[in-house]
Design a protein around this ligand. Structure first.
Ligand code: PLP
Length: 380
């Protein structure tokens, strides 16, 4: 039997944590009730579990339980936030976002444009950060929303969300944050960061795929959204459809575990990340780090390796990594993020992303480094 590849692709997805799975299992069979069945104990048990998860997710981001809307993942949350806000406001509005956002944000903004709204896409510098002066200058009287990711899923660059939140709040503009890559990895406080809407995804922090949430501020001034999926009273009418109770229980359990594990786990990942960056940039001449050197996701390593082509990287079997973001890998097109930072690799180079995770060991990081160093030596 061949050994399983070393998994270094945690930006794409994470395995379900064993504690999370254990919390979910009874909700598939023993406690299978519909959380909206108010007439019997099966429904009450499911409703209690959903409510507990709501509190657990809220605790992770400094919110109240009543501000959490369960969804199928970050893509759906993003659509509810952006298009739901614009529809509820009525008329035509203006939205500001950035060129390096995840395709689900850019797609929702494109949808808004087709509906007649205006969208400004801010450029970024070579490290992937927006200029706050550009943001201020882009704001107009009809600007309804700023949507910006917390950390980029390809190059790991962090945006100064608290500063952006302050600017948006001072101008009376709603602020949405796509926090799919940072929830459970970095501390998030929606109040201190002046966030009105925040999208998160279970499968990025050790809960299963197909479950996520949208934080929607309930403190004054009032924020309202029009649902994207209509036809049921679930989630206060904001998201119709029977609750994915096991998934929601898993999301809650993952949130609770992430909150307690975060200080130790993110520091451990940061050290492993830096060890990998240092070793690869020192031992493979011409290798450059993409993204910001310090304002960076604690588990992200994104490099351009000169002298090793994309095809030669295939020799890196035994390691599960990404040559772009999971969504754009496999397509021949240059990633929109590398294009935005001006770092599209030439034909003799390749871009490589490693995403470290809860179960990643130092030995695995070392093995991946050695394998890549060996391939680079052979390629030259
Ligand atoms: C930054 C970011 N936003 C949104 C998403 C979409 O999340 P989901 O898979 O839950 O729809 C991803 C996942 O690739 C992501 O990395």
């Amino acid at each position: 039997m061949t050994a399983k590849p070393i998994y270094l692709d945690h930006h794409a997805t994470t395995p379900v944590d064993p504690d999370v799975l254990a919390a979910m299992l009874p909700y598939f069979s023993e406690h299978f009730g519909n959380a909206m069945s108010g007439n019997h104990a099966y429904g009450w048990t499911a409703a209690v579990a959903v409510q507990k998860a709501r509190k657990q997710v809220a605790n992770l981001i400094g919110a109240d339980a009543g501000e959490i809307v369960f969804t199928s993942g970050a893509t759906e949350s993003v659509h509810l936030a952006i298009l739901g806000l614009l529809e509820e406001r009525g008329g035509k509005s203006h939205v500001i976002t950035a060129a390096t956002e995840h395709k689900c944000v850019l797609g929702a903004c494109e949808g808004a444009r087709k509906l007649g709204h205006d969208v400004t896409v801010l450029g970024v510098n070579s490290m992937g950060q927006i200029d706050l002066g550009d943001l201020e200058r882009a704001i107009r009287p009809d600007t309804a929303l700023v949507s910006l990711m917390h950390a980029n899923n390809e190059i790991g660059t962090l945006h100064p969300v608290a500063r952006v939140g302050e600017i948006a709040k001072a101008r009376g503009i709603a602020f949405h944050v796509d926090a799919a890559q940072t929830t459970g990895r970095l501390p998030i406080d929606v109040r201190a960061m002046h966030i009105d809407l925040l999208s998160l995804s279970g499968h990025k922090f050790y809960a299963p795929k197909g479950v996520g949430a949208l934080f929607m501020r309930q403190t004054p001034p009032r924020l309202r959204l029009a649902p994207r999926i209509d036809g049921g009273e679930q989630e206060r009418g904001l998201r119709a459809g029977t609750h994915n109770v096991p998934g929601i229980v898993g999301l809650g359990a993952a949130a609770e575990k992430a909150l307690s594990a975060m200080p130790v786990e993110s520091e451990r990942l940061r050290l492993l990340r830096d060890r990998m960056i240092e070793r690869l940039t020192e031992e493979i001449p011409g290798t450059v780090l993409n993204g910001h050197p310090t304002e960076r996701l604690c588990n992200n390593v994104h490099l351009t390796v000169r002298g090793v082509t994309g095809d030669q990287l295939f020799a890196l079997h035994g390691i599960a990594f990404s040559s772009g973001s999971a969504c754009s890998s496999g397509s021949a097109e240059a990633s929109h993020v590398l294009t935005a930072i001006g770092a599209v690799p030439d034909r003799s180079s390749s871009a490589i992303r490693f995403g470290l995770g809860r179960m990643t060991t130092a030995a695995e990081v070392d093995a991946a480094c050695e394998r890549l160093i060996e391939i680079a030596r052979k390629a030259r």
